[in-house]
Design a protein around this ligand. Structure first.
Ligand SMILES: [Zn+2]
Length: 220
């Protein structure tokens, strides 16, 4: 997939990987999980010279979703009189987290955060397109109830949020966490992908399905 490009920008004190996916031919772009530091995200958009067509959210945690409303408003100002790019995802089972972003902000010391409602919820079986590139929406609950990931079968590429990391998996020690559901989702929906599938994740470096299959201590 020579035209499909990807980059990450770590944002917030949690060093969350805001992901940029774009088509080098059309310069259309998807922004996944703009958790904060929106001015830096806008500078990166300018540096890449891309036009954002959608803002996507994998789940409702503040380091992933905290900057979504601000980014949408900033892009709306730039796009006027055209409409702002929509915010899409996560699965509606994370609505309580997006409705509680201001409470999460108070707990973690984030400032200027607003609750956000996506323009469209995303559920398993739906797909996001970026020009000719298709990203299937896969529901992977456990870290949060409504966590989704984006899988591009043609490019053997995925964006996994806080489900699977290099050498680790998402934490499940929240009141709503479900470790059994997380392991089931990883084993039935991610480890079934080919070994050469590469992925970006919410924190730290990306990896491949094959590497995690053989070396991730949480999947033994
Ligand atoms: Zn999270």
């Amino acid at each position: 997939m020579p035209d499909l490009k990807a980059a990450v920008l770590p944002v917030t004190q949690f060093q969350q990987n805001c992901a940029f996916l774009w088509d080098e031919g059309t310069k259309d772009a998807l922004i996944i999980d703009p958790g904060g530091e929106v001015p830096r995200i806008l500078a990166a958009i300018d540096q890449l010279g891309v036009r954002v067509t959608k803002i996507l959210l994998t789940h409702g945690h503040i380091d992933h979703a905290g900057g979504a409303a601000e980014l949408r408003d900033e892009l709306a100002t730039r796009a006027a009189p055209d409409p702002a790019p929509p915010i899409e995802g996560p699965d509606p089972r994370d609505a309580f987290l997006l409705d509680g972003l201001e409470d999460q902000a108070a707990n973690y010391g984030f400032e200027g955060i607003r609750n956000v409602r996506p323009d469209r919820w995303l559920t398993e079986g739906e797909a996001i397109t970026l020009g000719e590139h298709r990203f299937d929406v896969v529901h992977c609950p456990g870290h949060t109830p409504g966590h989704i990931v984006f899988v591009n079968h043609a490019a053997h590429f995925a964006v996994l949020g806080d489900v699977l990391f290099q050498g680790s998996i998402g934490r499940t020690d929240f009141a709503y966490g479900d470790p059994a559901a997380l392991l089931t989702a990883i084993k039935t929906k991610l480890l079934t992908l080919p070994d050469d599938f590469v992925f970006l994740c919410g924190h730290g470096p990306g990896s491949s399905i094959g590497a995690e299959r053989v070396s991730n201590p949480f999947l033994r």
